[in-house]
Design a protein around this ligand. Structure first.
Ligand code: IMP
Length: 195
C-alpha cells in the first residue's frame, strides 16, 4: 500500500478521508510527518489554494502528497463565503462567528440554496492533478447538531433532513463534497497502479 502525506492540520478532514480510504492507500498527516507549519491560503480560488498547499509540502519533503481546499458557496450571496469560508467573519477563523454572519446575511433572502465544493491537489511523481467534489444542499435557519466542524450545523445536503452536524462521519461521507473528491483521487491512484 502506498503512503501519501495529507497536507492539512485539520483533524476532522483527516478523519473523514481516512474513513473513505479502506485499504486503497494510507495517509500521514503533517503532524505525523513532523511538519509544523501553518500553510498559507492567499489565493482567490480553491484550486490555487489547494495547489499552493501541496506544492509547499512537496518542496519541503520531496514526497508524493495531496492537499484540499473547500468552500461553502451560497447562491443568494453570489457564491460567498466561497474561498473565504474559513475567515468569513475575520482572521480568527471562528466557526461560530462564521455561522452567525452567514445566518445574518441570509435573513430575508428567498433562496437558501448552497453547495460545498472541495478541490484536491495531488502531487504524484512531480506532476500535479486536480479533483473536484460538490455537495448541493441548503442553509438552515437555525443551527442543529454538535458533530463535525465549520458550517456543518447549518448545512443540510440534498436527500437528507439532517444537518451534517447531526450525522456520524460515515453518514456525512454518503453525501459529502470531500468524499466525492476523494473517490476521484482513489480511482486515479488505482488506475496509476500506485495502490
Ligand atoms: P479550508 O480552507 O479548506 O480549511 O476550509 C475553509 C472553511 O470551510 C473551514 O474553516 C470550514 O469553516 C469550512 N468547511 C470546509 N469543509 C467543511 C465541511 O466539510 N463542513 C463544514 N464546513 C467546512
Amino acid at each position: 500500500m502506498s503512503t501519501l502525506i495529507f497536507a492539512t492540520n485539520n483533524q476532522h478532514k483527516v478523519d473523514e478521508i481516512r474513513t473513505v480510504l479502506n485499504n486503497s492507500f494510507s495517509i500521514i498527516t503533517l503532524k505525523e510527518a513532523g511538519i509544523d507549519i501553518d500553510i498559507p491560503e492567499p489565493h482567490n480560488t480553491l484550486e490555487a489554494n489547494a495547489s499552493e498547499k501541496s506544492k509547499v509540502i512537496h518542496q519541503l519533503t520531496q514526497q508524493n502528497c495531496f492537499s484540499e481546499d473547500t468552500g461553502l458557496e451560497v447562491e443568494a450571496l453570489n457564491g460567498e463565503p466561497g474561498v473565504k469560508s474559513a475567515r468569513y467573519a475575520g482572521d480568527t477563523r471562528d466557526f461560530q462567528k462564521n455561522i452567525d454572519k452567514l445566518l445574518l446575511n441570509l435573513e430575508g433572502k428567498n433562496s437558501r440554496t448552497a453547495q460545498f465544493r472541495t478541490v484536491i491537489s495531488l502531487i504524484l511523481d512531480d506532476k500535479e492533478y486536480l479533483f473536484e467534489g460538490i455537495c448541493k444542499g441548503h442553509i438552515t435557519k437555525q443551527q442543529t447538531g454538535e458533530k463535525g466542524f465549520g458550517y456543518d450545523p447549518v448545512f443540510v445536503p440534498e436527500g437528507s433532513k439532517k444537518t451534517f452536524a447531526e450525522m456520524t462521519t460515515e453518514e456525512k461521507n454518503q453525501f459529502s463534497h470531500r468524499r466525492k473528491a476523494t473517490d476521484l483521487l482513489i480511482q486515479f491512484l488505482q488506475q496509476h497502479g500506485t495502490h
